[in-house]
Structures are given as C-alpha cells and as structure tokens.
Design a binder for this molecule. Structure first.
Ligand code: AHR
Length: 640
C-alpha cells in the first residue's frame, strides 16, 4: 500500500465495500476504450511535486518546527512594540522592562538584542520575558523540548529560570535552570521535559530571574521532536502529510519569496546558511520577517528526507515592485551568486561552496537536475528577461551543461529546456481547460506547471475545487510526456486569521494540528498511483463535467484509471480494455466524494472528505461501470 497516511482510514472505511455493477441495460453514453498494449508515451516520473515559499507562515509558524516567534529578537521594522512577540514578565511585586539595544548582539548578523532591566525581583516574585510562539506554543505530555539562548549580564545575574507556562492556569509543564550568566555573549542550552498532562497549545515560554540586574538576550530557540530528529528540523505531522502525497520534487524558494519586494529584499541564500546566529533574517514580500531558520541547506535536507529532487529557483534580477538589474555587467554578480549556489548544492568538498556545505554539516553533495531562472518574469515590463535569461543560461550551461534550465516566460534569446506556466483559475476555467495540452506542440520546450490552483474555498479548497483540480490533473497526466512537472500553490496555510495572506491553500494547520483539504487528498491519490506509461485511449460520448486519464505501471501491469465526475448525478460508463492477455476482475478502487461541491474539510472538521477504499469485482474486456455523483476515483486493474 503506497498511500501511507490515509491507509488506516481507508482500511477502516473499506470494510467490505463492493461497488455495484452498473445496473443500466442500455449502453452508457460514454465509452472509454483503453489499448493496454499501445503505449503512446512515457509518463514523466517527476509529474507530481511540491512548490513552496514563505507565505501564510508556511515555515515560521508552519513546517519549520521552531516554537519561538521572532527568536532573533529583531527590532520592529515599522511600528508597534519595540521587539515584536516579546513581553515583559513581572510576577508579584517585581519590576522589569526591556528595550531593543542596537549596540550589542551575539554576532555581526544579529548586532542587536533585548536589554532587560530588572529593578526588583525575588525568588517568590521573579521577573523576565515571555514569548507566546506562533499563536500558542503546543505542549504534549512527556515530551522533550530542546532550546538555547544567547545572553550576557553586567552583574552575573542568575539563576535563569526557563519554563513552559500554561496561559490559563499558570501551570509549569516543564522547566530548567541555567545557573548564571557571564559578562560576555555566550550560548546556553537547556532541555525541557513536559509533565504528563493533556496536549494543548495554550502555553508560553517564560525566562525569568529572581535577582535585580541588567541582562541581554538574543536568539532564544525551542524545538519539539522533529521529523527524522533533525536538530533544526521540521514538524513531524506536516512532513508525514507531504510524504503521503508521494512528491517527486520540491520547487523552492519561491515564488514571490525568491524575488522580494525590492532587490535588497530578495532571497539571499548566502544569508540563510550556517549557524542560526549568523543568519540576519529578512523581510519577506508577504508582510512579515522571515527567520531564515529554514534556509538553503534545510530546503535541501527537506528534499532528502522526502526523496524529492530539488528544483532550485535562483534570483534572476527582478523584484516585485518593478526594480530590475540590467543585463550585462550589472547582472554579473547575480549570475555569479547563482553559480556559487549551484556549487553549494552540488559541489564536492574540494570546491569553495561544497566545503562550506560540509562545514554546515552536509558533506555529501545533492543531486540537481533543474534550475529555474527567476519567477514570473512576465511581470517585468522593461522586457529585460529575454537577455537576463540568456546571460544566466550561458553561464550556467558553460559550467553545468547537464542542468536543465527553466524559463519563467517564453524567451527568444536562447531555447530554454523547460517553461514554467502558472494557472490560478476558477473551477469552470479548469474544467474547460482540462484538454489544453492534448494537442500541444511536442517539439517545443517541456512544460512545468510550477503553480496552479482552483481559486475556490477558504482557507483551503472545497470539494468543487478538488473536482476541478482533479479534472486539470487528468489533462496534465494524459500529457505528461510534455508536462513533465506540476506543483500546486500555495501548499501551506496557518489558519490563524493573522497568519494568512493567500487563499486557498492545500494544507491547513495551527500550532497543534493539521488537515488536508479535499484537493490535498485528490493530489495524494494521483501521486500514489502515477504509473510510468500512458496507453492509447479513446472516449466516445462527451460530458463537460466528466474527465479521465489512464496510466500503466510497466512493472506490475496495472492500469491506473482516474475518473472524475463533477456532476450531481452518477455517470454511467462503458469501459473497454483491449490488448491485454488477462484482466483481473477484482479491481481496487479509491473514492473521494462529497454530497455537495461546497463540502470541505477544516481545522475543526478535518476528515469530512477523505478517500475511501472499495473494490469492483467485474472488471473485464468490456464492462459497465457507474461513477458516483461528485466523485474522484482511482481504479486499479491488473492486466498482463
Ligand atoms: O503562490 C502565490 C504567489 O503566486 C507566488 O508567490 C507567485 O509566484 C504567484 O504570483
């Protein structure tokens, strides 16, 4: 069983569901003929991947497991509190206040800190600072949390008490003490082991002292257990959800996040590697500061953990508010930065940037095949992309001829290997466009649908969107000889209303839990049963809300038949299979369906719509079959 996440639910719901043989005596108006021995094309092994960027608190407050918000204690970028997300703690009659001190910090990247002045404090009335995380810090029973902070004190203040405190009850679920601080910046590590009680996200981290003094803090971090136990790693629940999609690649770091609002705010990969204390953080185009704790190496390790190929997008000299770098000498530093970045990813440890990667903890190079030059450069009204792309293309191909280079819009200066197309459409438009690639030019560049989504449902897509997503996916899958990669966007949303900038998004979560939208499950079904061959098929009879694609697994001989019925009534079909010596009559079927197109999943009702296992027992060379109303199905028929 390859659909690992949903397996328990499938098994539960499957029980002995046997699909009814179509009762219709007359020949259905739609006939699907599959020529099992006529392979029209090879399906791209990379078709179903992921696109990601820092948006909707995808990483900070999302996948990246760090629990402390504004852990670097960056001063406010515009207005409001001096240091966002931090508050003073004054218990009993203690007195304390803090400011942002821009004269001292633990590193050149973090030259500022939180200066805490405690004028009165005692063991029974400590004072300090607190952080509530990303809309709550989740604490589970008997769990180990590892943290650290940088600090110094003018008067050796100590001990420093660190605790996870319940917002409602004041209960300390876990605590640790650091005996004393010194007068110089130093990193202190601590471990918190939670007492047994129920899981809740109503916690905050408190750091307090019981003595008056002046203390400086910076980079306070706290991690729960992470996926594969990576020290600076990812949330386990979200990684498991991604794994269940069987993604083959990860396009990163954007998206708009690559470009930044201005050239200065672009994704500067060199500032996202190495120890966290050497990462200055940066303002993202989505209105909040990124910690860059999930930086270039962490993107690559994410790929490694989920066995995905990196699709590396490099900054190409255009930023969102319209600034661009002129092709020619001005662009050379940006091209060189991309070459360095590729060396960081792929170079041996004898290269400058390969050695840097080894120092960062990953001596083995990463395999890299696809590099994307920029993002959505059709927005650049100066027309400079044609030449900017050519400059990157020539420099990268000269050093790395094996790399496949992706253009973000058509260019005439050189022939890109792949073109990235983006589609954010209504359900109606996707239904209408499901055959877009059937007659596409097979001699042009390959196509990467690097961002696509049906724009229906909030914060995550509803079932109508899942139906049209699935209809669109049948079109990409039927044509995956030219549509070689596709990735939905955006992937993630923290469903706290203050966290999101864009709807709909595929996977929702809060500090504690997560859920998949109906569209998520549709993609997981397509990803689980992809196949490597595209047999010749024909459809007679038309229904504008019926869609299909058929692939075949050359090893097992299984046909994967994807069927989508976006109608409110069942869809009778006749399915004919020729060119097969034997056909196993028992066909496993997975169904995603809903009573209405408006039905959906949510953080409070995460499993309204989930795939259900069943089987059809009368597969043969010609059989009638009824596709339920509002349904997406994958039927697997074993042939030889
Ligand atoms: O997916 C959200 C945004 O949509 C991406 O950042 C950008 O590439 C596109 O315009």
């Amino acid at each position: 069983m390859r659909f690992s996440l949903a397996k328990p639910s499938f098994a539960l719901l499957a029980a002995s569901l046997v699909l009814p043989f179509a009762a219709a005596q007359t020949t259905p108006s739609i006939t699907l003929t599959i020529h099992a021995d006529q392979i029209k094309a090879h399906a791209s092994p990379l078709l179903h991947g992921l696109m990601t960027e820092e948006i909707n608190h995808s990483y900070d407050g999302g996948l990246y497991a760090e629990l402390i918000s504004n852990s670097a204690m960056h001063p406010n970028d515009s207005w409001g509190a001096a240091i966002p997300d931090w508050l003073p703690v004054e218990l009993g009659d203690s007195i304390a206040s803090f400011t942002s001190d821009k004269t001292t910090g633990p590193s050149a990247a973090l030259p500022f800190s939180l200066k805490l002045t405690v004028t009165r404090a005692s063991a029974s009335a400590p004072a300090g600072i607190t952080n509530g995380g990303y809309w709550g810090i989740p604490v589970s029973p008997s769990t180990t949390y590892r943290g650290s902070f940088y600090a110094k004190s003018s008067d050796s203040s100590g001990p420093i008490h660190i605790a996870l405190v319940n917002n409602n009850t004041g209960f300390e679920a876990a605590h640790a003490d650091v005996p004393a601080l010194t007068g110089a910046w130093k990193q202190y590590h601590f471990t918190l082991v939670s007492a047994a009680e129920t899981t809740s996200s109503h916690y905050r981290l408190e750091i307090t002292t019981s003595r008056p003094g002046t203390l400086w803090f910076s980079l306070i971090t706290l991690f729960p257990p992470t996926y594969d136990d990576r020290p600076n790693g990812n949330r386990i629940d979200l990684m498991k959800m991604l794994a269940a999609m069987h993604p083959t690649f990860l396009r990163f770091p954007g998206g708009n996040y690559l470009e930044g609002n201005t050239i200065d705010q672009r994704f500067q990969w060199k500032k996202t590697i190495g120890p966290l204390v050497d990462r200055p953080t940066h303002l993202s185009p989505w209105g909040y500061r990124s910690s860059d704790g999930l930086g270039l190496l962490e993107f690559l390790e994410w790929c490694e953990d989920l066995h995905m190929q990196p699709v590396l997008a490099v900054y190409a000299g255009y930023s969102l508010r319209g600034q661009h770098v002129a092709p020619g000498p001005d662009l050379v530093p940006y091209v060189n930065s991309a070459l360095d970045e590729i060396q960081y990813v792929t170079g041996s440890t004898s290269t400058k940037w390969g050695a840097e990667r080894a120092r960062d903890g990953h001596p083995a190079p990463f395999a890299l095949k696809y590099v994307e030059i920029g993002n959505e450069d059709w927005f650049d009204k100066s027309g400079s992309y044609n030449d900017r792309f050519a400059q990157f293309y020539k420099a990268i191909k000269a050093m790395y001829p094996q790399l496949q280079l992706i253009a973000t819009t058509p260019v005439t200066s050189v022939k890109p290997d792949v073109i990235d197309e983006h589609y954010y459409l209504s359900a109606q438009q996707f239904f209408a466009d499901a055959h877009k690639y059937d007659d596409a030019d097979r001699n042009g560049p390959k196509i990467f649908v690097g961002e696509w989504a049906t724009m229906e449902g909030t914060p995550t897509p509803d079932f109508e969107a899942a139906l049209s997503d699935a209809a669109w996916m049948t079109g990409m899958e039927r044509n995956s000889d030219i549509v070689i990669m596709a990735s939905y966007a955006p992937l993630f949303v923290n469903v706290n209303p203050l966290a999101m900038q864009w709807v709909p998004d595929l996977i929702g979560y809060n500090a504690l839990t997560c859920y998949g939208s109906p569209g998520y499950y549709a993609q997981a079904m397509f990803g689980a049963w992809h196949g490597d061959q595209i047999p010749q098929t024909e459809q007679t009879g038309v229904d504008p809300r019926f869609f299909y694609s058929v692939t075949r697994d050359s090893t097992s001989g299984e046909l994967y038949i994807k069927l989508v019925n976006a109608n409110s009534t069942p869809q009778p079909l006749q399915i004919a299979i020729d060119g097969a010596k034997t056909i196993n009559p028992i066909a496993p079927v997975v169904t995603l369906s809903a009573r209405t197109p408006a039905a959906t999943n949510s953080i409070n009702h995460p499993r309204n719509i989930i795939p259900v296992d069943s089987r059809f027992e009368r597969a043969s060379a010609k059989f009638n079959y009824t596709l339920p109303a509002y349904s997406i199905q994958v039927m697997r028929i074993k042939t030889k």
